[in-house]
Design a protein around this ligand. Structure first.
Ligand code: FMN
Length: 208
């Protein structure tokens, strides 16, 4: 039976989206069935109009990806959360999705699934590691088994972080580099491998 992987991400300018697509590629190469989902914007058109391209990018991505749902999380054997850095932490848009999982948390439905994170920043030391680590906190509450990358692939010595894939978009909204994408591909493979092993182990919440 295939390993089910949910990649729930938010992206405004496409950098996090490119990482998400490449993680999906790596996961599919490992035999995973993947759902790629974009968390929706939470502000109105008057706010979006202040940042050139925001509304257009959102419309394009919303046409390409469904919004993540509770059912997607329940379906998944692994969940990888992706977000642009917002002041060194996760975006409100992704966090709103995570917060919508309270019902599943209450039922212990996500316990024992694999979890991981990835991000894109504007500057090299603008908080890529702190952002992924900030995703670790809700993952722990949800009972996900957090899967970091370590330096388990040579690509990690050139790009990414031991916590998860990352990219630096700079002032010009540059796309991820080939090395960034290699780390992303590895993340898809690695999380799929771990999720398959966890699924076989059938780790669930202790029954009353
Ligand atoms: C409100 C806000 C806060 C941000 N905070 C940071 C930050 O702390 N560090 C950083 O390097 N970039 C920061 N950025 C820039 C984005 O994280 C960066 O452009 C990212 O690559 C965008 O990803 P995307 O192309 O997927 O939208 C911020 C952007 C916004 C709009």
């Amino acid at each position: 039976m295939a390993t089910n992987l949910l990649i729930a991400f938010y992206s405004r300018n496409g950098s996090t989206e490119a990482l998400a697509q490449t993680i999906a590629e790596g996961a599919r190469a490992e035999g995973a069935e993947v759902r790629l989902r974009r968390a929706r914007d939470l502000v109105g058109p008057e706010v979006m109009a202040k940042a050139p391209g925001w509304a257009e990018n959102a419309a394009r991505m919303d046409a390409a990806y469904e919004a993540p749902t509770e059912a997607d999380a329940e379906w998944a054997d692994a969940i990888i959360f992706g977000t642009p850095t917002r002041f060194g932490a996760a975006s409100t848009e992704l966090k709103a999705y995570i917060d919508s999982l309270g019902g599943l948390w209450f039922q212990g439905k996500l316990v024992g699934k694999a979890g991981a994170g990835f991000t894109s920043t504007s500057s090299t030391h603008g908080g890529n590691e702190s952002t992924i680590i900030s995703l670790y906190t809700p993952m722990a509450h949800l009972g996900l088994i957090i899967v970091p990358l370590g330096y388990a692939d040579p690509a990690l010595f050139r790009a990414g972080t031991p916590y998860g894939a990352s990219a630096v978009s700079g002032q010009a909204n540059n796309p991820p580099t080939a090395d960034d994408l290699e780390v992303a591909r590895f993340q898809g493979r690695r999380v799929t491998q771990v999720a398959a092993a966890l699924k076989a182990a059938q780790i669930t919440r202790t029954k009353n």
